[in-house]
Design a protein around this ligand. Structure first.
Ligand SMILES: [Fe+2]
Ligand SMILES: [Fe+2]
Length: 286
C-alpha cells in the first residue's frame, strides 16, 4: 500500500472542492422526481433556469433513443411528451457529460470511451429492468448506468502511477481490479464514486449502485436489485468490448446479482445479443 497516495486521495475526498462538479439543476431534479405531488410546471421552471443545459436537453429529447416522433422545442413540451422520469434522465446526461466525456488515461480510456460505456450500460440497465418487470425503477437503472464509473475520473492519475503494481496484485492474489485498487491505493473507484455522488446530493439508491457495482454481494439488501442491474449491464458491456479500458478483463459476473434478479442464462444471452442495438442507440445520443 502506498501511504502517500492514500493520504492524497483522502485529502481529495475530504475537501469537496477537489471532486468534480456538475450543474446544481441535476441534483435538484433527481430529488424532485420522488415527490408524488411534483407538477410539470415546477420541474420545467427548475430546468429552464439553466439555459446552457436547456439547449442540450432539447437536442437529447429529439434523439432517436428518447424521441416519440414529434419534434420537441421546449422543456414544457418535453415533460408532457416524454414524462417526468425520462426528462430527469436526460437532465442527468446533459449535466454529467462534461465530467464523464474526457480521456481517463490511467484506465487507458480515450476521450469519449468512458462516456460511451456509461451510456451503453445505462441503456442496457434500463432494458434489463424492463425485462425483469421493474418498469417503475427503469429510469433509476438508467441514471445509475451513466454515472457508475464516475470515480475513475478522480482516481485516474493515481492509477496511472501505480498501474503495474495494481495489475501484478490482480495476478498474484487472484483478485478483481477494484480489489487491487484498494490494496495498492487504499481506495477503489467505487468508493470515490460514492463520495462524488454525495457532493452532487444524489439519492442513496444511486450511491449504492455506484459503491457496489463490482461487489453486489456487499450491497445493502434494500438496494441489491438495483445494484445487480447495473452490475450485470456493466459486465455484459465489458464482455462486448464497450468501453473496455485497462481493467476491462478483470471483472466477474456475480452469482449474487444473477440470483437477486432471477436472471436465466437465456436472458443473459438475450441481453448480450442486444449489445449491437444498444451501441447504435448510444451513438445516436453522443
Ligand atoms: Fe467500475
Ligand atoms: Fe463500468
Amino acid at each position: 500500500m502506498h501511504e502517500q497516495i492514500q493520504k492524497r486521495i483522502e485529502s481529495i475526498i475530504t475537501n469537496l472542492d477537489q471532486l468534480p462538479s456538475i450543474p446544481d439543476v441535476a441534483g435538484r431534479v433527481i430529488n424532485m422526481v420522488n415527490d408524488p405531488e411534483l407538477s410539470f410546471k415546477s420541474m420545467a421552471d427548475e430546468i429552464s433556469k439553466d439555459q446552457a443545459i436547456t439547449t442540450n436537453i432539447l437536442k437529447l429529447c429529439n434523439s432517436a433513443f428518447f424521441s416519440k416522433g414529434k419534434e420537441i422545442t421546449s422543456v414544457d413540451r418535453a415533460i408532457v411528451t416524454l414524462g417526468i422520469k425520462e426528462v430527469k434522465d436526460i437532465v442527468v446526461i446533459a449535466a454529467t457529460r462534461e465530467v464523464l466525456n474526457k480521456a481517463i488515461l490511467g484506465y487507458d480510456l480515450q476521450r469519449g470511451e468512458l462516456w460511451t460505456h456509461g451510456l451503453a450500460v445505462a441503456i442496457l440497465a434500463k432494458k434489463i429492468a424492463l425485462a425483469k418487470n421493474k418498469k417503475a425503477v427503469a429510469d433509476v437503472a438508467f441514471t445509475g448506468g451513466i454515472i457508475h464509473d464516475v470515480g475513475k475520473t478522480v482516481l485516474a492519475l493515481f492509477v496511472s502511477n501505480t498501474f503495474k503494481e495494481i495489475l501484478s496484485t490482480v495476478e498474484s492474489k487472484k483478485i478483481t481490479f477494484n480489489a487491487a485498487e484498494r490494496e495498492v491505493m487504499g481506495y477503489d473507484h467505487q468508493e470515490i464514486g460514492e463520495k462524488v455522488l454525495a457532493k452532487w446530493k444524489f439519492p442513496e439508491v444511486l450511491k449504492a449502485m455506484v459503491r457496489f457495482h463490482h461487489d453486489p454481494a456487499l450491497a445493502p439488501k434494500e438496494f441489491l436489485e438495483m445494484v445487480s442491474i447495473v452490475h450485470i449491464a456493466n459486465v455484459l458491456c465489458l464482455m462486448g468490448g464497450i468501453g473496455i479500458g485497462a481493467d476491462g478483463l478483470y471483472h466477474e459476473l456475480s452469482d449474487v446479482a444473477i440470483k437477486a434478479l432471477g436472471v436465466t442464462n437465456k436472458e443473459l444471452e438475450q441481453f448480450y445479443s442486444d449489445l449491437p442495438v444498444v451501441l447504435k442507440q448510444t451513438k445516436d445520443m453522443l
